[in-house]
Design a protein around this ligand. Structure first.
Ligand code: PMV
Length: 318
């Protein structure tokens, strides 16, 4: 039996602008997807029994799928199995992630599957090869979409600064609250909306992208020096610019204002593509408990995460 796990991520600064080449900063978080492989001669069975995937069992030969969220996870797992020509296996997926939250769960599943297969089949792939392979697989399942940030963070953990390439960056952990709207999140649609706006108003949108890129860079020394009040201010400015790009929703805004108001956050912003999904908020004067309560009162699901966490690992007993 072989088990590997990989973390999800939050984008701290720079989403959307990064698509046009400015800087973004992301951190791996302490939510993980875990993939366990067991030999099963003559069959390929993918299953998950956990609540966030709502429980399913799928036999690839009979093709029976019960739940859409589970089918999503299965598509990623089967793409990795196909790429690495693996068969005669039972694959079990367990995940800490709320469904379709934009916290990098697909990348975590792909990377954990690739890492488990690497160990199980003795493929001797390096971390870099796992990251590259996983990015290619995630993009093919998502039909050409997906920056390398999610799969690189799932592989290496820590923090990454992304422009046209991905660079690890050494920063201390940050404790953040995540507030989820529970609204579906369509990265492709949001990216295409912002790029259309850019084509129509380049003289307006390009300076917004430049400002977002500058915020990402400016945040690095502030995070390093633990100047949280200023990090929060940058989150607020970044959120305003994402609003200007049209990716905010009423639900996301309610979470942001609840976090900054009753929650006492130093700052709060959309994380990821927007249009649904989640916000992140930096606990401030009122502490973490008040922040979580405020997000829940604004009808979000809310939990704490830590950034800068460990990348993929083989679990004990593998
Ligand atoms: O929604 P997420 O977490 O997949 O993030 C998308 C981030 C974008 O900058 C909007 C797109 C990208 O590929 O970088």
């Amino acid at each position: 039996m072989t088990t590997a796990s990989a973390p999800g991520k939050v984008i701290l600064f720079g989403e959307h602008a990064v698509v046009s080449g400015t800087s973004a900063l992301g951190g791996a978080i302490n939510l993980r997807a875990k993939v366990t492989l067991q030999d099963l001669p003559g069959s390929i069975l993918i299953e998950s029994g956990d609540l966030t995937l709502r429980g399913f069992s799928l036999d690839l030969i009979s093709g029976q799928v019960i739940c859409a969220e589970a089918a999503r996870a299965t598509r990623y797992v089967s793409a990795v199995l196909k790429e690495l020509e693996a068969a005669d296996l039972k694959v079990r997926v367990e995940s800490d992630f709320p469904s379709a939250s934009g916290l990098g769960s697909s990348a975590a599943i792909v990377v954990a599957t690739a890492a488990a297969l690497n160990a199980h089949l003795g493929l001797c792939l390096s971390l870099k090869e796992i990251a590259t392979l996983s990015h290619r697989i995630e993009r093919s399942v998502q039909q050409g979409l997906g920056s390398p940030m999610d799969t690189a963070l799932a592989t290496f953990g820590g923090y990454l600064q992304v422009t046209r390439e991905v660079q690890p960056i050494d920063l201390p952990p940050l404790d953040l609250a995540v507030g989820c709207t529970r609204m579906p999140h369509d990265t492709r649609a949001e990216v295409s909306k912002v790029q259309t706006l850019r084509k129509r108003y380049p003289e307006l949108v390009d300076p917004i992208f430049q400002a977002i890129g500058a915020i990402s860079k400016r945040s690095v020394p502030l995070i390093r020096e633990h100047r949280l009040e200023e990090v929060g201010e940058l989150m607020n400015i970044n959120h305003g610019l994402l609003e200007a790009l049209g990716v905010g929703t009423r639900e996301l805004c309610e979470l942001v204002y609840a976090a900054r108001g009753a929650g006492g956050a130093w700052g709060a912003k959309i994380t990821g593509a927007g249009g649904g999904g989640c916000v992140i908020a930096l606990p401030g004067t009122q502490g973490e408990a008040a922040l979580i309560t405020s997000l829940r009162q604004a009808r979000g699901s809310a939990f704490l995460v830590r950034t800068g966490c460990e990348g993929l690992r083989l679990e004990e007993g593998s």
